[in-house]
Write a protein that binds this ligand. Sequence first.
Ligand code: HAS
Ligand code: CU
Length: 544
Amino acid sequence: MTAGATIRRLTAAYLAVALVALLGGVLTGLAQGLEHAGINVYPALTPVVQSYYHGLSVHGVLNVLVWTTFFICGFVPFITVESLGAPLAAPRLGWVTFWLMTGGLLLAAIPLVGNAATVMFTFYPPLKAHWAFYVGLTLVVVGTWLVTLNLALTRRAWRRAHPTERTPLPAFMGLVTFTMWTLASLGLAAEMLFMTIPWSLGLRGGTDALLARVLFWFTGHPIVYFWLLPAYVSWYTLVPRQAGGRLFSDPLARASFLLFLVLSTPLGFHHQYADPGIHEGWKLVHAFLTFAVFFPSLLTFFNVVASLESGARARGGRGWVMWFGKLPWGDPSVAAQVLAMLTFAFGGIGGLINASVSLNLLVHNTAWIPGHLHLTVGTAVTLSFMGITYWLVPLLRGRALWSRRLALVQVWLWVVGMLIFSNALHRLGLMGMPRRTMIGAAPYIQPEWKPVLPLVAVGGSILTLSALLYFANLVLTLLASREPYGQDVAFAEAMSGPDHAPAIFDRFRPWLALAVVLIVLAYGPSLVYLIATTPFDSPGMRVW
Ligand code: HAS
Ligand code: CU
């Protein structure tokens, strides 16, 4: 088998797992949406889904942990290899990694599906899941580190053959994404290895909620950029070309990714403003750093809009704003991703509200937060990934997309459904409705929630319909499409190319070192204090 064929098969294998996970995640989501409108379908779903909270745990794990991770481990190595024009350095390691991750996933799925890990995707102790859940997820994380290793080996081999060239932007971005993630995932690994795994195996008698949450959010914030950056890779290096234009600035794009490498991790306390046991001063430091990591997204906003504009103007667009209409809106891959960007502008603004300590106290643990996360990971990321599969699946299969029109309908339905759904959740959150709660069963439903709750079900149903059209189109592409797909991956050229960037913009180690220093400063004192004083005396709980 040729090297090119290996990466294609590997990518297809990851995509297959990712898509099955997304399907499971979408279907459980529908039941939740209906529940908020007073339609309780859970009795009919037993024994497959045994409760609202069982379904919610499956929904969260499948969508934000499995769909994202497996898609990314397929897409990013594919893009890296394509842009380097060099094969994956260790194809056998690539397959071992895939099977390790898939094996880990299956191990975690047994208790998850069997209602022995109904602990949500954040699995906060003292909620206690079956050990197989923690061990399985840990194997998935270890697999992602092996992906990083393979990418690093691939770049090293490429570097030997091209000692003076700048790393092509897509490969550079892919490597930054996985380097950032590998560093960031150490918190989760520590939580698993020293806390949840020995505790769930009975080797450790008790646990501690606060230390576990600190270690979780050490990884839990940067994981959102692990999901986002692959979408950014596409927005920077592929969408401008699909739109008929060029990337505005390659050096600026590198600067944005390097800022993510440095700033993604040392700010997880913005998920813990309401937690006792962490000094207010450190929470404030993390708040400031959260506002700092806002900048690489602003750079992205500017750079990507300028790139899209070049495409629209080349297609005859005029005016300050009206050029926007001249983007190739008939191309479902472009439409999906431009709409994902627009949605992200709102999700990002909501993120800044969350990050402001005083405002956070208003929205924390309310429905506002799922409103935010469905605009970000649920649309900016997921709709972008869907847009990517509209060319990637045809490319891997060698057959044209079954229906472009159906795909366009799907994309617009997703956006409309999400606007209704997420707007309702944001509003309900501001009215104090809690998140992660079986609202239909709550005795404290407030009269002012009642007119808004049905919109959650309406939006959720439109989203489900959109997802089903998406899967139908992909299945028909695989099975029924006859028209060949002859195109290769085409990356956008840059108006200002990589050689305009200083040499340090093509290096990893100095930035990685800076990232480590910032993490030690922002987390060190609190972690040392917690590790020294934590009693590990909380018993586990199974509340379901
Ligand atoms: Fe967040 C909670 C703050 C981004 C996901 N976030 C969550 C949770 C998830 C999540 C899953 O500070 C819930 C976790 C849980 O279960 O408890 N978030 C932020 C901030 C940002 C942010 C400051 N979040 C994301 C992304 C996510 C994500 C990205 C997933 C992919 N978030 C928070 C905070 C909490 C939180 C607190 C805790 C809340 C609590 O109390 O529990 C920033 O990174 C956002 C910056 C982004 C922008 C947007 C820039 C716009 C761009 C698009 C360009 C548009 C174009 C089209 C090109 C400012 C790049 C326009 C065209 C024209 C013509 C105009
Ligand atoms: Cu965060």
